[in-house]
Design a protein around this ligand. Structure first.
Ligand code: AKB
Length: 340
């Protein structure tokens, strides 16, 4: 059966912010890409896709259908409800973020058993897996390493941390009491900070005050920032985030010393982001209207993360620091987005 199937890369949540850029990069590198998303893909993504399935990653029958028809070697599992939305619908978040990931891991194991090779599952986790108890501790902790402060306070953070451990189980301990099992899942995870995209509008993350601020300025609209000016967390641009996913996917397995890796590019305060926004859009208006409940979430995330392991193991090296991010990526890209 494997001989009849087409070798492909599966991207779930392909219509989201990361998928919007990743699918084109994969197709451009010569991969045949198939996708799952709950909504039909926009033309700018679907033009790169061999086959787009509209449905949920929780639909086991859909995964069975893909298993029968395709020879999947890589899975980029992007489908998720982000932190803000997950707080309003925690059960739905668990179903998509956790049940969906469990189904994908089982799918990858069965795929690997059918074609006899490992299936690399690349999973975007988040700084939401961290939980700093107060601002004094957050400031003292500085750049947090992967295994510290893993006590998230959001449903999204709990989902992401559990799925990191679930992926590690499938890769290293799956059915460990069974004598003849061959583990076929090669699980690899990047813990993203706030991701800032010029090509898509922010989609409900608690870190999205950063892109929302710049997008509002480009639209000529005032922006009421829901965090304090002194709020500091790490960020990365979308191009560097996608480069990180592709670099981790391509890394030789024996170079990887861990399953989940921190990455970051810059760690500005909201006030510093506002100043860069006004520099680029002199008529921009950023007002400070902290939402205590969303502020509490962001205050539990680290001021910065230590990404030494990613740099050492698989050569992570972001192109954009904060000034280059604005000058060379965000401002020209967002101007273009609103010009069309
Ligand atoms: C969010 O803000 O929810 C996400 C994240 C930090 O993972 N961008």
């Amino acid at each position: 059966m494997a001989a009849m199937r087409t070798p492909v890369v599966l991207v779930t949540g392909a219509g989201g912010e990361v998928g919007h850029g990743l699918v084109g990069r994969l197709a451009g590198a010569g991969h045949a890409v198939i996708t799952i998303d709950v909504a039909p893909l926009g033309a700018e993504v679907s033009c790169h896709v061999r086959r787009a399935f509209t449905g949920s990653v929780t639909d086991r029958s859909l995964l069975e259908r893909i298993l029968a028809e395709f020879d999947v070697r890589f899975v980029f599992h992007l489908a998720a409800l982000l932190s803000t939305r997950a707080e309003f619908t925690p059960v739905a978040a668990h179903e998509v973020n956790v049940e969906g990931t469990l189904g994908l891991l089982e799918f990858a194991q069965h795929q690997g058993a059918s074609h006899g090779e490992a299936v690399t599952v690349v999973y975007p986790s988040s700084i939401a897996v961290y939980g700093l108890p107060d601002l004094e501790t957050k400031t003292a902790a500085g750049a947090v390493a992967e295994d510290a402060w893993n006590v998230p306070i959001t449903m999204y953070g709990c989902n992401k941390l559990y799925c990191e451990l679930l992926g590690r189980y499938y890769a290293k301990h799956y059915k460990q009491l069974t004598t003849d099992v061959i583990r076929r899942v090669d699980f690899r995870c990047v813990r993203f900070p706030g991701v800032i995209s010029a090509a898509t509008r922010p989609s409900g993350g608690t870190s999205d005050y950063a892109p929302e601020m710049v997008h509002a300025a480009a639209r000529g609209e005032p922006y009421d920032c829901f965090v304090r000016p002194d709020t500091r967390i790490p960020f990365i641009t979308m191009p560097d985030a996608i480069d990180a996913l592709l670099a981790l996917a391509a890394a030789p397995r024996d170079r990887l010393s861990r399953t989940a890796y921190n990455v970051r590019a810059f760690s500005p305060t909201a006030e510093e982001l506002a100043a860069l926004t006004v520099d680029a859009f002199p008529r921009a208006v950023v007002r400070w209207a902290a939402d205590p409940k969303r502020q509490r979430i962001v205050d539990s995330w680290p001021a910065d993360v230590n990404d030494d392991a990613a740099r050492h193991d698989w050569g992570f090296s972001p192109r954009y620091d904060v000034r280059a991010a604005f000058a060379e990526y965000l401002v020209p890209g967002i101007r273009e987005l609103y010009r069309t």
